[in-house]
Design a protein around this ligand. Sequence first.
Ligand code: HPA
Length: 267
Amino acid sequence: MIETIKQTADYIKSRVDFTPEVGIILGTGLGGLVEKIEIAHSLPYSEIPDFPVSTVEGHAGRLIFGTLGGKKVVAMQGRFHYYEGYAPNQVVFPVRVMKMLGIEALFVSNASGGINSSFRVGDLMVITDHINLIPNVLIGTNCPELGPRFPDMSEPYSKKLEALATEVAAERGIKLQYGCYVGTTGPTFETPKEYGYFKAIGGDAVGMSTTPEVIAARHMGLPVFGISIITNAAFSGQKSTHEEVQEEGAKAEKRMSALITAMLERM
Ligand code: HPA
């Protein structure tokens, strides 16, 4: 596995002369952050050996190298979900490749259903912890070159980056919520009782991504910042649709982009 990761990273280095400092995963409807990046290179996933190819509507599928907030970033426009049928190793393959390319921190974004009844549709939630209900991506032979067999998860999301988000959001008048993200396999949205269950176990929002990538990142010791756009009020008992998720994601995107850009400027 490590050989394939290295080969892919070497291939990318042969195509792109650029050492990124921060990796960014853009979730559903959040691809527009790309417009703020001063793009130096862009590589479609289909041109990268061993890279999975995204199948979901709203996920373009390319790796973007450029400058954002004065930092050199690599952004994944389009991510891979467990529900698409990828093996767990494939879902996190790009995160491992980005680490080999040199990133020192990972920013992840997603769309989620709000379980905390004080949240409103369109809110931005800083992910402070997660409950992973997707089969763990580290199951199987451990690769010591990536990280330890039993990785610590006491600080899944960097407290330092969370504090930075709070600081820049206050300066810019961006309202933030904080909470625990429950990662499920999907692709079904939750039943009313499932939403109730996730609330009972301590969840504030639920979505179908992110926890695999965060686990892979923490395994490699990368600090993570996670942000979620609350796209539907999961607790309300109303129907949830992919269209609603995309629309609300697009609306909140400006605030999310402003927050991430300002954070990068300060790092
Ligand atoms: N459930 C699961 N995933 C989601 C939701 C939801 O309500 N909203 C956006 N992604």
